[in-house]
Design a protein around this ligand. Structure first.
Ligand code: FNR
Length: 195
């Protein structure tokens, strides 16, 4: 059977570099990873979290949770906002992790890969690395198992892509393929009993 990976972009921006990175990753997956697919999940309609809404969640939240539940693993491509992850992404993860009765059920026991990019190219530009570090903590708490290497932290994102959406630096493309191989390998090995 096909190994199904949910692709999540941490940015809702139309011309998002991280969306571009995720789309390229999806393409590399279909070209290089036999038996695995990435489906990009639209979570843009998830509202601002309010615990009062938890007992009767909006349809957009149920749809988001169902699509996560329907996949074997997750890959997240996220930008860095103020040395952390974008508020909207955290908001969506918070919604999907609730209610407490099935806390993290859609996340627990699954493999996850985190990748990202940013337009900065000067000293201190992390290519979203600091956001990835923050995100990993929440996902580990939700009982996910992260792929640790190779790191995909792409700086100078405005100059990183060819017209056709491929990455100019083939080193990055090779490493994305390795991340996908590791994600599938790890995901297939996991037989964790969720909490
Ligand atoms: C940013 N940006 C940013 N970049 C970075 O490298 N480190 C940071 O801490 C921040 N902080 C930050 C905060 C906020 C609120 C915004 C809107 C932006 C810049 C960010 O990397 C840039 O806007 C990217 O283009 C966002 O990613 P997408 O939308 O291109 O995927």
């Amino acid at each position: 059977s096909v190994f199904k990976i949910a692709g999540i972009c941490g940015s809702l921006r139309k011309d998002s570099f991280n969306k571009k990175l995720l789309l390229r990753t999806q393409q590399l997956c279909s070209e290089h990873i036999k038996g695995a697919t990435i489906e990009i999940i639209d979570w843009s309609q998830v509202p601002i979290y309010n615990q009062d809404l938890e007992s009767n969640p909006p349809q957009s939240v149920l749809d988001f949770k169902n699509s996560l539940a329907d996949h074997d693993a997750i890959i997240i491509s996220t930008p860095e906002y103020n040395y952390s992850i974008p508020g909207p992404l955290k908001n969506a993860i918070d919604w999907a992790s609730r209610p407490v009765g099935d806390r993290g059920q859609v996340f627990a026991g699954k493999a996850v890969a985190i990748i990202g990019s940013g337009p900065g190219s000067g000293p201190g530009s992390s290519g979203s690395g600091r956001a990835q570090f923050v995100l990993r903590k929440s996902l580990v708490f939700l009982d996910m198992v992260p792929v640790n290497k190779p790191l995909i932290t792409i700086t100078d994102a405005g100059h990183a892509f060819n017209e056709d959406g491929s990455l100019i630096n083939k080193h990055f493309e090779n490493n994305i393929i390795k991340v996908l191989q590791n994600l599938v390998k790890l995901g297939k090995q996991l037989k964790i009993d969720p909490e």
